[in-house]
Design a protein around this ligand. Structure first.
Ligand code: FAD
Length: 454
């Protein structure tokens, strides 16, 4: 028996990879009543939404391979169109990233007559020059910065490149804070550049944005769940793993609790498909010896994301119909920059407030609401207080992708924890990548491979 603890995308991908190799009986234990973890769908007053807006792109190869394999419905695919909304529902800036291979995709942006619309010539020239230089340097900072490259923040990198403030506000800050969920003043430039390499510098479809037709659960998690069940995987939902013990060499026992009921599962190997915090808790509750992997979890910081879902009536929805499916709220002078991105869903919009550190969370919902109300009034002509709303704050939405975030060792990246038979899969184990569905899926697959090799 192999036990996987955690039914987020890492645990699901791990279970699927083990099943494909017919690796004996598998039990997946999930504390929540449903699978999906931090990337799951919800139904709110009959509307299909997600716990937080997830933008996935064509570069997420392993995620979409997994979804194809389980027969999930096709996701809505569209070319990347980076749009900025100014006042009165007007899209004032728009970069339709051409579906061309590198380098035409970036270089065409600098040629007048091509996109981006509304970008002053200095922005276009700067953008093309930056992308061309990154490509020349093979998407690596070490050329210009040597050993200092990994310690360079996004803000410092942009300042060294003399990027115009307007371009930072409209493009670089939202893309970096969206992809890394970390404020640019401390976010890692090397990781952002890795994201750019895979997307803007990738194949012609790498930048495509893919959105589930209904929500993340119906079009993603549920089909994986059904496939796993069809392969005989035992899924224990609503069961929390509370401790691990090793009754004899090569044998594990997982203690799980459901309500007041405790039971034990014997296993020859265990995968903790858990983020750093829950991994650390389970480790210390099990009195396992400290390893370099477990020491690292304790030092990871996190950032929150708040998504504010707003129900729209027919009239409000038709007033916004000409807007793209998702867009950035441009910085406007005198207006607080609370929400960064807006997504449209049938009968609703979601406003995303990302890169929230502990101190920014302390400002509290009231302060966020008053800033957001102003933004919505000016940008979209909506009155926040009149709208039916659902606020979802994921406190530990992602690990903080700062320049100080400790990098996983090669062994950790393969899923090893330092104790034989006890593995880990999670979105912090793919070096050079931020916390994403794709890194969770990659880690799940690669941990399964290590376990099979044992
Ligand atoms: C609001 C929000 C927006 C995001 N936006 C994006 C985006 O746009 N694009 C993108 O790619 N990624 C995005 N992410 C990140 C992405 O959701 C995560 O990187 C990914 O889902 C992590 O998956 P995981 O399986 O590693 O962890 P998790 O999803 O956290 O899965 C861990 C699971 O373990 C369970 N668990 C915990 N403790 C126990 C226990 N003791 N016993 C049993 N089960 C336990 C939890 O309930 C959970 O289901 C976003 C995340 C959030 C929260």
């Amino acid at each position: 028996m192999i036990v996987i603890i955690g039914g987020g995308w890492a645990g699901l991908a791990c279970a699927a990879a083990l099943c494909r190799r017919n690796e004996g009986p598998i039990t997946l234990v999930e504390a929540a009543p449903a699978l999906g973890g931090r990337a799951r769908g919800l139904i709110w007053n009959g509307r299909l939404i997600d716990n937080g807006q997830h933008l996935t792109i064509g570069a997420y190869r392993e995620t979409f391979t997994l979804l194809d394999m389980v027969g999930a419905p096709t996701w809505h695919r569209q070319p990347l169109v980076w749009s900025g909304c100014g006042a009165d529902r007007q899209i004032s800036h728009q970069w339709r990233v051409p579906r061309l291979g590198w380098p035409w995709r970036a270089l065409l942006g600098a040629v007048p007559g091509f996109t981006p619309r509304g970008w002053p010539l200095p922005w276009r020239k700067k953008m093309a020059a930056m992308l061309a230089k990154l490509s020349r340097d093979q998407w690596c900072l070490s050329r210009g910065y040597g050993d200092h490259g990994p310690h360079l923040t996004v803000a410092r990198w942009l300042s060294d490149q003399h990027v115009p403030q307007g371009l930072i506000d409209h493009f670089w800050r939202p893309i970096a804070e969206g992809a890394l969920n970390t404020e640019i003043e401390s976010a890692s430039a090397a990781t952002l550049i890795r994201v750019l390499q895979d997307s803007l510098g990738g194949a012609s479809d790498a930048c495509d944005v893919l959105i589930p037709q209904r929500n993340l659960s119906i079009d993603g998690v549920d089909p994986i769940e059904q496939w796993l069940r069809s392969q005989g995987v035992q899924l224990l939902l609503g069961h929390r793993a509370v401790s691990l013990s090793q009754p004899s060499e090569g044998q594990w026992q997982v203690s799980v609790v459901r309500g007041n009921h405790q039971s034990f599962i014997d296993a020859r190997a265990v995968v903790m498909a858990l983020p750093c915090g829950p991994s650390e808790r389970l480790w210390s509750d099990s009195h396992l010896p400290i390893t370099s992997a477990s020491r690292r979890w304790a030092t990871m910081q996190h950032r929150a994301i708040t998504t504010v879902w707003l129900a729209l009536n027919d009239q409000q929805e038709s007033a916004l119909r000409q807007l793209p499916e998702w867009f950035v709220l441009n910085t406007l002078s005198g207006l607080p920059q609370v929400g960064q991105v807006v997504v449209r869903r049938p009968g609703a919009i979601g406003v995303v407030i990302s890169a929230q550190s502990d101190s920014s969370q302390q400002s509290g919902r009231e302060q966020l609401a008053s800033g957001l109300a102003l933004q919505l009034r000016v940008h979209l002509g909506l009155e926040l207080e009149t709208l039916d709303q659902k606020w979802i704050t994921e406190k530990n939405a992602t690990w903080a992708c700062t320049v100080n975030a400790p990098r996983p060792s090669d062994q950790e990246q393969l899923g090893h924890t330092g104790i034989a038979g006890l593995f880990r899969a999670a979105d912090d184990l793919v070096a050079g990548y931020p916390a994403t569905i794709e890194s969770a899926v990659r880690s799940g697959r690669s941990t399964a491979e290590q376990l099979l090799q044992r």
